[in-house]
Design a protein around this ligand. Sequence first.
Ligand SMILES: [Zn+2]
Length: 227
Amino acid sequence: MHSYQINKHPSYDMLLNHAMGNTSEAESLIISCHIAYCPICKKEIEKYEEIGGYYLTNHEKLNVSKDLWKNILDKVEDLEQEHKQNNYLSHSIKSNLTNDVIKIPSFLTKYLEKMHNTDSWKSTINNVKYKDIKFKDSNFKGKLLEIPAGKMMPKHGHEAYEATLVLHGGYKDEKGEYNLGDLVVASSDEVHSPIADTNTGCLCLVVYSGEIQFKGLIGSILNLSKF
Ligand SMILES: [Zn+2]
């Protein structure tokens, strides 16, 4: 079994909303990926689903419209399919950070669009590589980021929402250190400057809504180049 310890988890609200199928595609993706590393949150979600199932089976006489009922069944089916994929880390990325391939949650595969080697990703300052991830709801965006050891991402704040999941190595910012499987949610008023772990670097998935506002000189260059 893995020797890593996960310290940062999604909030209970996020997990509950995820279990009920109320999260956006972007949030759903990052929570599903976190669960591939985290047995604690996996259990929590199963508990919520059991409760949901209990209410469904005990309120059969509720007058539910055909459409709503179909929606519920669709959601349940989606969740069942997700469960089959949970903890399934057989997909991988070839990265400059390590000679070994980096295992990734299977949920990520279709978003990679076959770009499993980070050499095929876009490059930006500090040799940071990234791959844009698109969601159906264009209010949400995502990036896979490969940050070399000890390199800094530009200081940035957010208009709305940002969540980061560590897929390899780790990083630190003003608030703490984050490692494999950690899911870090930043709120709109925070400004932070993450630095990749000095030994391992960091490969991470970031999803966000609104435009990321980079601060300072480097930030303004990146903003211009539409990072
Ligand atoms: Zn967790």
